[in-house]
Design a protein. Structure first.
Length: 297
């Protein structure tokens, strides 16, 4: 496996492209926007500079990593002759199904098609292709160049051989693969999202404030980041989407998203990406938002 295509050049997509390219793979980074692709290459370059500053990479290795990446606005051109595609588009089921239908017709028959989805069914994605045995989940964690985990999700029809190849590939990337079966939220988000949702409920019901909730979870449970700050980083819209997947998939009211989360997303307060969430964000620094906004009325 030498040639890899990554669909989507956002936060996850450029991180995935970065990691593959740094480990010697030839990478096609694909997006509909030339501007987005330019920003992605700029982000990868800055992240490589951070690694150089820590003494873990040379300038020559940086240049080789960037040389390993080609950008495309045409999916047809970008996926030509690749061995693996990793889709990292927006967490939207309809969009992902369309992408996989297209990939199935555009890639060589033996190519493996992977999705970086954090919650959408791999079995459902695979069902729109003629190669369900070669469709699998590769759920990277953010920030991709730093986080070690890859959640490897087997769809109902994913073959043992494809699973083995993706597990070994993850190790080649310096990651630690952990296998999960295809049920709503897989493992990571089935456990994480109810915790975040409960933290939001605790705020909504006036149990404690934003800073207090995050401090208790950081210092009491040894979490590196509090659940409300983490939700801001993930994106409140993404959290809401995953909770809907869990609620719809299991039909259990314990997964119902907190009304406060619903209101915040409807108001356009999506966390770091919008500059406003449980905290106000300016150039990566955070400030507490006025507490009254979060109270249950």
């Amino acid at each position: 496996m030498k040639k890899v295509a990554v669909i989507g050049s956002g936060t996850m997509g450029n991180g995935i492209a970065h990691v593959f390219a740094q480990h010697g793979f030839i990478v096609s980074l694909i997006d509909i926007s030339e501007d987005a692709l330019g920003k992605a290459i700029g982000t990868i370059s800055k992240n490589l500079d951070r690694i150089i500053a820590k003494g873990n990479l040379t300038e020559e290795q940086k240049e080789q990593t960037l040389a390993n990446i080609s950008t495309f606005t045409s999916m047809q051109e970008g996926v030509k002759d690749v061995d693996l595609v990793v889709e990292a588009a927006t967490e939207n089921a309809d969009l992902k199904l369309k992408i996989f239908r297209d990939l199935d017709s555009l890639t060589k028959p033996e190519a493996i098609l992977a999705s970086n989805t954090s919650s959408i069914s791999i079995t459902k994605i695979a069902s729109v292709t003629n190669r369900p045995d070669k469709v699998i989940g590769m759920h990277f964690m953010n920030p991709v160049p730093v986080m070690k985990l890859v959640e490897v999700i087997r769809g109902y029809s994913t073959s043992d051989e494809v699973t083995r190849q993706i597990v070994e590939l993850s190790k080649q990337l310096g990651k630690v693969p952990a296998e999960a079966n295809d049920y709503p939220g897989f493992v990571a988000n089935r456990i994480l999202m109810p915790m975040i949702n409960e933290a939001i409920y605790s705020l909504y019901e006036g149990v404690a404030g934003v800073e207090e909730i995050d401090t208790i979870m950081k210092l009491g449970m040894a979490h590196p980041m509090g659940p409300l700050q983490l939700a801001d980083f993930i994106g409140l819209d993404v959290c809401l989407s995953i909770l809907h997947v869990l609620h719809d998939g299991f039909g259990n009211p314990k997964y119902a998203p907190c009304p406060l989360l619903v209101n915040m997303v409807q108001a356009g307060h999506k966390g770091v990406k919008s500059g406003q969430g449980f905290y106000s964000w300016t150039h990566g620094t955070k400030e507490l938002v006025v507490a009254d906004r979060f109270k249950k009325h």
